[in-house]
Design a protein around this ligand. Structure first.
Ligand code: NBG
Length: 797
């Protein structure tokens, strides 16, 4: 099953063969691009063996498969990750060096596959890699967006978005499968005939498959990520063309392709746009049709479906999976409605990723009825059936209410398991989001705390620390992350701590150079690297961080000879294009940075760095260089976080609230190795009951008054002094996310961070303990949890 051993000669020959015959290039004239493509094809060749072997075994042993339905897969680059998983990284580098090429340079030129916005999409990518590593037979189903998440740049400190174009270059990782295509219908009408409902769609498009193999650690197993591209059912209107109507002739094609053209850039707000609903159904219908076709190849009784099929809905975006499966079971295969609903439920699981009310999808019944008339009928019938089965259901609970289809309730009712993504979040899903449904269905809601893949996020991103770990505890921790605990006794050795600190220092030095190259800002690798990288959202409170930065600047100016710990404040992240408040915070951070970075009184004591266009590749660069991880969301708002796990795993200490997985991270690494501050989720609810909470918090803190005063005066926007009046006004009057209430304890805890950092050896001990105790947060553990508690599936390895 493992990848065949490969000699250097064979790899070299493969690369040259691809250069010559796949790219049509003579080695003497080949560009970086050509070499990267040739290398990628040669690596892909080595994945095909394990991929075929895995597929054959799954068929032969009639194994159950997991189908992971997700509107987002935030993959990043593939080349280096796949090469490392195959154990070919060093060999590939040597072969290329002999040809005068640098592996790292070539790998660094691969565009990120940015088919996702943030946490939800990156989690899906980690889970695909872990399912391949632990030998869980699985398909990921998603959309092959032509344009992934927008590219961000700053103009005058403000975010400007541009289209992203990863597919303008050839994508060497995918196999186009024109033969795997399904018709997806929209609109039209439903007619009753002989007790049967017949839906005749008014519009159709083709969903056409593109397969990317995903190989696990050491090439022992590989699964498929199947992304659907939209194509027209009718290619070209020749009659119109012949009449001279050239633009109109291409119209059907343009319209169809729109469906897989672009990823919606909102991660936590839902817009109710028709095209988005069409995208969701496009993915879901293609996936369900594909699942049934595969099942029916060697089974005939659809009642056995749950024995062979587990379908996971990644958030509510694919929540039409239930209605679509029921529709096909009833309308196309003649199964009675109730039985079809039971079969669907036994197959389906639903993961909730957020409690934010603005993120919960609710489609108007008018829109659903218009775009998917048959599904609207099925949804209403499911709602009635649920009420009939649960007569005590309160009148205000249900799938269809106030002329809206509530996708959360739909997903809950159609699934046999519903899960949250951290212990705290799962409790809140029970108590705050679905209390009534939880009472009717005790035990349906379970927890699966998120995880991250240590192959990409430690082994690949942090070779310096990875080598030290392997030297210290031996190989194999990459697929058995609990083994990091074996580091603990070594942390008491001075020699180990020196080596640990040296690895961090090397990462910081490399990142300092990169910061200089990308932003022009000079930073010292000896300063404390304080990192907040994530999407911009009010609840994540980048604003709190920049307020504290202003306070720090103020302290330095007031007392330039004080005992200040030099810091580099590093920000990274994008705001949804329509999210004005988040964009204003981005602008403020850049404005504050301009003032601080050019203040001669400050020098190396404080820098603010915000490189544009944060993405997976930038995360791989920044996370290994971080000393401090900012996880400062308003408690009760961050479902889990996964960046928090990556940073701690790479030896950063966290400053954070008791929110999401921070709670469990702190339990694992030890309270003494974590900087805790702020209100708890329960205190947050209490605090909001005081309508004057912000006024009370501000008047109690001289430092906060000073900071707000400086912003209001225009100290950071001298050319437009009132630029941030809105920001200051909101803090005084509408501080829903309790920035002001948590300010004082945050600033105090940052002081504790400084005191700890001054004792470099103690800091290193704490950092190393973070790494050693993060084994629990491997996505392998998370996937094994899903396999056991939700999917009821065994490993094939
Ligand atoms: C995000 C949450 C994060 C969580 C990830 C993955 C969405 C809608 N939600 O806290 O905000 O870590 O999902 O579960 O992206």
């Amino acid at each position: 099953m493992t990848a065949q051993p490969l000699s250097k000669d064979v790899l070299r020959a493969d690369i040259l063969r691809h250069l010559t015959y796949t790219l049509g290039k003579d080695a003497d004239h080949a560009s970086h691009y050509d070499w990267r493509m040739a290398l990628s094809f040669a690596i892909r060749d080595r994945i095909v063996g394990p991929w075929f072997a895995s597929t054959r075994r799954t068929w032969a042993e009639e194994r159950k498969r997991v189908y992971y339905l997700s509107m987002e897969f935030l993959i990043g680059r593939i080349l280096e990750d796949a090469t490392i998983n195959l154990g070919l990284r060093d060999m590939a580098a040597e072969v290329l060096a002999e040809a005068g090429q640098d592996f790292a340079v070539l790998a660094g030129e691969e565009p990120d596959a940015a088919l996702g916005n943030g946490g939800l999409g990156r989690l899906a990518a980690c889970y695909m890699e872990s399912m391949a590593t632990v030998g869980c037979p699985a398909y990921g189903y998603g959309i092959r967006y032509e344009h992934g998440l927008f590219r961000q740049r700053f103009e005058g400190g403000q975010q400007v978005e541009a289209a992203e174009d990863w597919l303008t270059q050839r994508n060497p990782w995918e196999f186009e499968r024109p033969e795997s295509a399904y018709t997806i219908g929209f609109k039209g009408e439903v007619v009753e005939k002989g007790g049967k409902s017949l839906w005749t769609p008014g519009e159709t498009v083709i969903a056409s498959a593109y397969d990317t193999p995903v190989v696990g650690w050491q090439g022992q197993w590989a699964n498929t990520l199947r992304l659907w591209g939209a194509k027209p059912t009718q290619l070209f209107d020749l009659a119109r063309f012949n009449r001279g109507d050239y633009t109109a002739a291409a119209e059907p094609e343009t319209l169809a392709r729109t469906i897989s053209r672009v990823l919606y850039p909102e991660d936590t707000t839902y817009q109710g746009k028709e095209l988005r609903l069409k995208q969701e159904f496009f993915l879901t219908s293609a996936a369900i049709q594909d699942i049934l076709r595969r099942f029916l190849k060697n089974h005939s009784d659809l009642r056995d479906l749950p024995k062979h099929v587990a379908i996971q809905m990644n958030d509510t975006h694919p929540a039409l999976a239930g209605p679509e499966l029921i529709r096909l079971l009833t309308d196309a295969h003649g199964i009675a409605f109730d039985e079809a609903a039971d079969i669907a439920q036994a197959c389906l699981g639903y993961t909730n990723h957020t409690l934010l009310p603005e993120a919960l999808e609710r489609w108007s019944t008018w829109l659903v009825g218009n775009i998917l008339p048959r599904h609207m009928e099925i949804i209403e019938r499911l709602d009635q059936r649920h009420l009939a089965q649960n007569p005590t259901r309160p009148h205000y609970v249900g799938i269809v209410k106030h002329h809206e289809v509530r996708m959360g309730e739909l997903a809950f009712v159609t699934a046999h398991r519903v899960n949250g993504v951290s212990a705290l979040h799962s409790d809140l899903v029970k108590d705050r989001l679905f209390p009534e449904l939880n009472a009717l269905h005790p035990g349906r809601i379970v927890n699966q705390t998120n995880g991250v893949t240590p192959r990409r996020w430690l082994r690949m991103a942090n070779p310096a620390l990875s080598s030290l770990i392997t030297e210290t505890i031996g190989a194999g921790w990459e697929s058995d992350l609990d083994r990091l605990r074996e580091l603990e006794p070594h942390i008491e050795d001075k020699g180990f701590r020196v080596a640990f600190a040296a690895a961090k220092r090397a990462n910081k030095a490399a990142t300092s150079n990169w910061i200089k190259d990308t932003t022009g800002i000079t930073v010292s690798p000896d300063a404390l690297f304080d990192v907040q990288v994530k999407r911009f959202h009010e609840y994540k409170r980048q604003l709190l961080n920049i307020l504290q930065t202003i306070d720090e600047w103020h302290q330095i100016r007031e007392n330039p000879n004080g005992n200040h710990v030099p810091r580099v404040k590093i920000f990274g992240g994008k705001a949804a294009p329509g999210y004005a408040v988040a964009k204003e915070i981005i602008h403020l951070i850049n404005d504050v940075g301009t003032v601080i970075n050019n203040d001669p009184k400050v020098g190396d004591l404080l820098k603010v760095v915000y490189p544009a266009n944060y993405n997976v590749s930038m995360a791989e660069r920044l996370i290994p260089a971080a000393d401090l991880s900012e996880q400062i969301s308003t408690a009760g708002k961050e479902a889990s976080g996964t960046g928090n796990m990556k940073l701690s795993l790479n030896g950063a200490l966290t400053i954070g609230t008791l929110d999401g997985a921070n709670v469990e991270i702190r339990d694992e690494v030890g309270a003494e190795n974590f900087f805790l501050f702020g209100l708890t989720a329960e205190e947050v609810v209490e605090r909001r009951k005081d309508v004057e909470h912000a006024r009370h918090a501000i008047t109690a803190s001289q430092s906060l008054q000073d900071v707000l005063q400086m912003i209001a005066e225009g100290r950071f926007s001298p050319t437009q002094r009132d630029r941030y009046h809105g920001v200051v006004d909101r803090l005084w009057n509408h501080d829903y996310f309790l920035v002001t209430s948590d300010y004082a304890s945050y600033v105090a805890e940052q002081g504790e961070v400084d005191r700890t950092y001054r004792d470099a050896d103690d800091w290193t001990r704490k950092a190393a303990l973070n790494t050693a105790r993060m084994g629990y947060f491997s996505s392998d553990r998370a996937i094994r949890g899903y396999m056991k508690d939700i999917w009821d599936i065994g490993s094939a390895l």
